[in-house]
Design a protein around this ligand. Structure first.
Ligand code: NAD
Length: 300
């Protein structure tokens, strides 16, 4: 089981929402924690709320490889090797894909997908070299399972975070590094204000902000899960080394319905030429995947 006390944690998007809940929970476990966020004033506000010398702020745009490497150096110089990485920063945008621009894609893919990729590429080699195991938690979303027309780019990024997380989980098991993918539904957070931090160089063809829509979202997030509640459940999921951490029960039936419907798209085709040989290859692959899943479960 992963032990927390004394480890250094790096929490992206740590100044608000899920992230600040994680920061509080990790400090409570005796970790040294870096709040990595793009909102400088929110980092300052968060730091002031902690009467604890084992927490620092680092201003970073997770979509930048260079900034991530600089942030890692800064944190490790003060707190030592990061062995708990939380790729949590994210932004949302509600509009259909056919009404979206390349700058919309670049912004969301940059933060929600390249952010976790940059986190992994920056920190995981250091974690492996350190040799003390560790943990990577990637925040996806229930939007990484359930799609609809309007959050098209957001859906794309969150489905991809699941792929990243699962593959990484199996490859890092041999280094005793756990990987979990968190899939929240509504959280009481600040994500409805994402437009405020859209970079100026990614504004081309951006739709005007729909103030009414933002207000509606803000209201919905008010009934979201409290950051401290979700954070406690994430840490519990890490202790249990779960592949997926579903911190709320809200979508369980819907997910079952979705899998049932997806399986319903299979057809009983007659076996084509090559089927008999192909199925042997698949049986071999399936066994190896089973072995990898079991190994990841035992790894920490
Ligand atoms: N709030 C929800 O209902 C909900 C639901 C499912 C998944 N999520 C996911 O949870 C994660 C956390 O979001 P939240 O809801 O706590 O939102 P939030 O806006 O309250 O917190 C996200 C933090 O990320 C920071 N951030 C944004 N872009 C950044 C960048 N480029 N570099 C560094 N920091 C950046 C923001 O400044 C903010 O402090 C996100 O990945 C989000 O997609 C949220």
């Amino acid at each position: 089981m992963i032990g927390f006390a004394g480890r250094t944690a790096f929490v992206t998007g740590g100044a608000n929402g899920v992230g600040i809940g994680l920061v509080r929970a990790l400090l409570g476990e005796g970790c040294k924690v870096a709040i990595a966020d793009v909102r400088e004033e929110h980092i300052e506000r968060a730091l002031k709320s902690f009467d604890n010398r084992e927490v620092m702020g680092v201003n970073v745009d997770v979509s930048s490889r260079a900034e991530m490497a600089r942030a890692a150096d800064e944190v490790e110089a003060k707190f030592g090797t990061v062995t708990l990485l939380f790729n949590n920063a994210g932004v949302n945008l509600f509009q259909p894909i056919e009404e979206s621009s390349y700058s919309d894609w670049d912004w969301l893919m940059g933060v929600n997908l390249h952010g976790p990729i940059n986190g992994v590429m920056t920190f995981v080699p250091r974690m492996i070299a350190h040799g003390q195991g560790g943990y990577v938690v990637n925040t996806a979303s229930m939007a990484g399972w359930l799609a609809s027309g309007s959050p098209g780019i957001y859906n794309t990024t969150k489905f991809a975070v699941r792929g990243l997380s699962e593959s990484l989980r199996y490859s890092l098991a041999k280094h005793h590094i756990g990987v979990s993918c968190v899939c929240p539904g509504l959280v009481k957070s600040y994500i409805y204000a994402s437009d405020d931090i859209r970079p100026a160089n990614l504004m081309a063809d951006a739709k005007p902000v729909n103030a009414e829509g933002v207000e509606r979202l803000a209201g919905m997030h008010q009934v979201g899960m409290e950051p401290d509640t979700i954070a406690a459940r994430i840490l519990q999921g890490m202790r249990e080394n779960q592949t997926y951490i579903f911190p709320m029960p809200d979508h369980k039936d819907e997910l079952a319905e979705y899998f049932e419907e997806s399986l319903g798209d299979y057809r009983d085709y007659p076996h084509d030429t090559g089927y008999e040989e192909r199925i042997k290859i698949e049986a071999f692959r399936r066994k190896s995947y089973r072995v990898q899943r079991d190994a990841a479960k035992q790894a920490i």
